[in-house]
Write a protein that binds this ligand. Sequence first.
Ligand SMILES: NC(=O)c1ccc[n+]([C@@H]2O[C@H](COP(=O)([O-])OP(=O)(O)OC[C@H]3O[C@@H](n4cnc5c(N)ncnc54)[C@H](OP(=O)(O)O)[C@@H]3O)[C@@H](O)[C@H]2O)c1
Length: 269
Amino acid sequence: MTKSLYAIGGGQMVEAIIRASLESQAISAETTHVVDISPDRVRYLAETYHVTTSREFQPELLKNADLILLGVRPQDDWAEIARQIGSSGQKKPLISIIAGVTIEQLEDALEVADYPVARIIPNTLTDTGFGVSGAALNASANQEDIDEFLKSFGKVDYIPEEQIDIYTGYAIAGPNYVYNFFLALTNAGVLGGLSRKQANEIALENLQGAAKMLEITGKHPYELLDINNSAGGVGITAQHELDASNFAAGVQNAVLAAIHRTTELGKGE
Ligand SMILES: NC(=O)c1ccc[n+]([C@@H]2O[C@H](COP(=O)([O-])OP(=O)(O)OC[C@H]3O[C@@H](n4cnc5c(N)ncnc54)[C@H](OP(=O)(O)O)[C@@H]3O)[C@@H](O)[C@H]2O)c1
């Protein structure tokens, strides 16, 4: 069912979510309102998506909203916005995408007992239908109220809040690791003598095909490698070089560093 959405902070991430949710008709332009302090932003969002906008929080509009999306930055005055939401007299589910701000901090700022709060870390592949967002709910929030909306911009895992930082460093930053691998691979093709265009096309095909193989066979990557790496052959020779390099540890260290940095940012460090 189409939900009416009240979004506060109309920046890059909220725009990406709104674009995907409009496309999949989880929300409609007529019943979507975006608040942003920037005059350029509200003009742009109204012109591009035909949603209604305002530069100031308008509590009376919450009456018509099914969901509230809080999309300002951690350094913005989110606590004051939450206080205004809490004092509106409405108890519409609040979905926060603010990195590092905990459910407890939001509950305190709302100053209303048993207010339904979902803290999500949204995936950034919203236009593709791929990507996994992590969602942590407080005891008052209802998964059914937000599920369709969250799934309109990717897949969603409902997780304990303690896992949000892991999702941020592993799942949300995930495309970055893949872009890096893609770049390393295409540069190898060019180094080997292919044009950039040939190298890109082949790497994209292999990337998508290999992902499909993992998905449809359900096999462990070791099993698929075993099929490809025949005795004394090309595959196992390349495997030996990869094993001798820092490849796996490099990727793993990058993910652990991203998780660690997420935790630091959450503490304001
Ligand atoms: N971008 C991502 O890939 C990503 C991924 C996951 C989570 N997030 C989270 O999403 C949130 C937004 O990130 P973003 O990259 O979209 O940032 P952004 O583009 O800077 O968007 C934030 C918007 O909120 C506006 N704003 C600030 N204070 C406001 C207020 N009191 N009332 C209404 N609007 C206000 C800002 O206006 P001004 O610019 O004029 O101040 C800006 O347009 C952050 O909390 C971030 O942690 C982002």
